[in-house]
Design a protein around this ligand. Sequence first.
Ligand code: UD1
Ligand code: CA
Length: 454
Amino acid sequence: MSRTCLAVILAAGDSTRMKSSMSKVLHPVAGQPMIAHVMQVVQKSGIADVALVVGRDAQAVSRAAEVEGLSITSFTQTERLGTGHAVLTAREAIARGYDEILVAYGDVPLITPETLMTARAAMAGGCDVAVIGFHTAKPTGYGRLLVKNDELLAIREEKDASEEERKITRCNSGLMVIDGKKALDLLSRIGNENAKGEYYLTDLVEIARSLGGRAVAVDASEEEVSGCNNRAELAVIEHLWQVRRRHEIMLSGVTMIAPETVFLSHDTVIGQDALIEPNVVFGPGVTVESGAVIHAFSHLEGAHVASGATVGPFARLRPGADLAEGAKVGNFCEVKKAEIGAGAKVNHLTYIGDAVIGAGTNIGAGTITCNYDGINKHETRIGKNAFIGSNSALVAPVTIGDGAYVASGSVITETVPDDALAFGRARQEVKPERAKAVRERAVALKAMKKNGHS
Ligand code: UD1
Ligand code: CA
């Protein structure tokens, strides 16, 4: 599409019903601020220039909106006088001269690039305004679309609508495309003589028509244009996002046994033929490569799992966990900022943090890297094909060589060279027959107590 377009994103609402100390567009959906979702969709639809209209938390909102590939100018709407007024706050950007102006909302994050492109395509037939509408069983509160013979005649706000008009179930999502050459003229004609005393952007339709122009409506699904006014709606949006993304990921070749129990982040990447068991949570920054298996009840964040590696059940991968091909992190293990080499095994009740573990090494049950001295973090380096016996404490900084062997129950504080065997525990003593004496003494003590002696 060679026509130029400016996106005006409205994000100046005061978020009262969110009952929050921050603007609603900063609230995360799939681990990313709502406003960033909107920006990514705008970018994916082929638009490069954005005018962002902000109110409260202006700086934080502008920062959260930064997305690669977009040139964003922020405008502050100091008084909240309505959607028409909000768009005009970006007058300076609109005046640069674009073929089209797209208006979208910062609190409608599920909109798709396809719908934005459909609305823009509708402009091609010589149109002044293309409004994105939707059909709903619960139209209360929305502006109604008055459509006749494929022409959009007007948008009637709920408070200004007649009883007949309120029965209409085709509604205004609030998103629309406006002819860029006429936009400033049309917008400046909006007045505020209506039930709310606000400058309604929706008046553009009738204004354009009164000047001999055309308006049309294109439809989106109700889900796609869901807005967020309170925490309950935030949860609905999160749910819809998860459903949509799980579906895409499954269609890309990933198996999920119970997809409704898997929670993804905005940037989760999962390769083909990976298997995700039930009840897995992906925090931000996770890549799982092809053929890896994430067993049930695992929590991953900032982690990389190479192909053929397996995680869990009940494993926690924290930021910087990097599992090479075929590595295994088993039940009740926690891994943080650590490389687990190809085919290495970290299997039971273990904590590995700030560590490098070579290929083929086996870490026994209950091993702990003691990486923290209360003030600083230190590194543990373990070579290839080493064996760490169960219940060992590796006090960092410490190095264990290739092929080395650490006896179970060791506390390792010094370097273990390649192929060495290290014992870091008290030597076992055995006293023949001594158990009998111990037992007899205990029996005698019990008898004494029973007879009232103390
Ligand atoms: C608006 C539409 C309505 C549509 C509905 C969809 C108008 C007059 N009405 O109504 O037809 O069905 O959205 O949700 O446009 N905003 C600002 N500054 C303002 C006013 C609003 O930035 O001065 C932003 C809000 O943060 C929000 C969006 O614009 O993101 C819509 O504002 P809101 O007050 O929710 O509009 P509605 O009355 O719901
Ligand atoms: Ca609204």
